[in-house]
Write a protein that binds this ligand. Sequence first.
Ligand code: C2E
Ligand code: CA
Ligand code: CA
Length: 720
Amino acid sequence: MQTPNRLGDWKVLPGSQIVPSDVILNSPDFVVCVDPEFRIEGVGGDSEAFLGVAAEELLGRQAIELIHVEDRDRVMGNMIRYAEGKESYRPELRLLHSSGHAVVVEVVGRRLRRPDGVHFLLVARRQLGLGVRQVADDIGIGILRCDPLGEIHESNAAASVQHGYEGEELSGRIQDLNVQVSGDSKDCPDAQLHPALRYLNGAGTASQVVTIIGRDGVSRVISFDARRVRYREDGTPGVIMLLRNVTERYEMQQELYRRSTRDDLTGLLKRSAFLEAAEDLLAATARPGDFPVGEQKLFGVLFCDIDRFKSINERHGHGEADRFLGQVSEQLEASLHTVESSVVYLGRIGGDEFAIAIQCASRDEFEQLADGFRAAVQRSALETLHVLVTASVGVSFYDPNVGQTVEELLDEAGAVLRLAKRTGRDRVLHFDSGMRAVRSEQSRLEGVLRSALADGRIEYALQPVVDPYTGMISGAEALARLRDDDATLVPAAAWIEVAVAAGLSSAVDAAVLEPVLALLGSLVERCPGGLPVIGVNLSDTSLARPDLADWIFSLLERYQVPPEAFLVEVPELVLPVIRERSAEALNRFRDKGLWLAVDDFGSGYASFNEVRDLPLNTLKIDRSFLTEQRDSADYIILRTALEMTHALGCRSVAEGVETQAELDVVMELKVDYVQGYFFARPMPPQDFVTLLLSAKPVAPQGSAVRQITTPGQRVGSEDE
Ligand code: C2E
Ligand code: CA
Ligand code: CA
């Protein structure tokens, strides 16, 4: 049986011995055979399509006449060299169609040695354009042309490689190629179709990026650009596609995206990516009707934080602390599978702060997650740091009546988290509507504070510091005061916290510092016997100012205040940070003769070393250790603190002494100074000046309770 071939009839000149081989039989398009004089002796294939001429008419003609005039010299020169056996030759050239236009072809030649010389069998294949294929192959652009039914008419080597067919030309129908297309089937039902077919179906766009798993099993990200064409030569419709392998660029982008959304250390979502993902989840949860009645899902946010992480960093170093955090996030992720029927996102939104967004069926799952986090922290700490570390979690639920955003939920969860920290840590607290009221009061206060700062209406009170053995005033502490819209004083405990949360604490410090120094400057002449030492409180943000020392020195200079009349109070809680960042400024303070006090000593677990390493010379012992009972634990701490003060060569101030009995205790323990309601309350600065200039011992005011019930007897008390 004869194999059907695409050449059609093979027409030959009488006497020609040449018959095309199998190779030629399988090649498409147009074949001619020429004798050593380049006279056409055999023709096969669709000569009408290529040249607009019947095969018989070509026999006996000079082959060169079929070629575009501009290409003739080049092609002939090369053919002669080829005939001499010099090199292989696959020219691209233009054939002359009888209609006058050029048909670009690639010619594959074969030498046939005969007794009368070298004959050639030439197979012409239609091309996109002169040199285009070559260039495209060189730069790795795949070319694919097919007809509307998917039959491939043309492809190049790059396209073969892109489909995992290296070394073999793509042929047949696109739908029969041995490749898989992986796409996002959720959004698009025919995403698994080859993009060429999608384009032909009218579904795909002209430009697409898809992942193709080639015949060789390798995944490649391929960018397709397609155009419908109609061949000028024969008017047949088709599609030409340019393919680029963009895997590397895609992977790089993926990595960049990953890095921009994921935290390096833990691989968890960063804050902004977390908020975005959680916001989508919240939107999906809040849509009623998405869930059957009675199965409406809950949405909530957990704000998780490791207790005393600062001191972990301090004591174990950053490397260890990082390993610990990495471990926590790993264990946290592992614990997620215990929470079923829920969607969960994890984020690391601060150094030791993790956030979880969850959509779930019941509140139990929130508890499970919170416990999962706390267990992850405990276990990781035991494994990596060999110590017990606890964690606290704040939880806030989405309430459709309130309509919080994720950021607001996180805010609420953060607020209860801070409460959990203040009330003993190692716990989970839920945000409730009572807290919402507190928070709205806080944001109101923030407004009051902001406008007071803007208008220079922050006031301060001075609370005398007294030498209990003589009753004489040795100095005072300046305490910031804020008036509410109705002119009453807002308790400092309430608004100082608001100032810290709003990042306004250093503005408050500055608002007190300047008038205090102005007052001290004005006292220089009026106190020939020596100035009182007035202390100000500096928050950690003020203490972290890079220009801390210069800032203070310039103010002392401006108001002509001798440095030894000024004291800076550093909260014990921030000593570890101060030791790292501000030690140099503190040393300059000491060299200049300023007083430096640790405030609230005993409340923040500062180590002896932390105090010793810094140039501190005053310890203000926290009020919480005051006691009247000499057999109590507080008494022992108080005694130790005072002994330590003396051992360090520092002055001691007992804060918050309210009763004679408390005073007796601290005096027995040889405290240097006392500050408390027993002697005097914080008072307006001018009252303090009057008291100071009277140069009389301060009369004890009796117990604080009595003071409050009989305000008339107070010494220069504030009009609270
Ligand atoms: P602090 O630095 O420990 O200030 C001492 C606080 O104890 C003052 O409260 C004072 O009124 C109070 N106090 C004094 N004697 C007694 C007493 O006998 N019994 C009791 N129960 N309390 C007494 P205040 O004025 O409410 O200030 C609270 C805190 O606000 C201060 O605690 C300080 O941490 C902060 N603060 C005040 N002013 C500033 C400031 O200008 N900057 C900064 N950063 N913080 C400030
Ligand atoms: Ca203080
Ligand atoms: Ca204090």
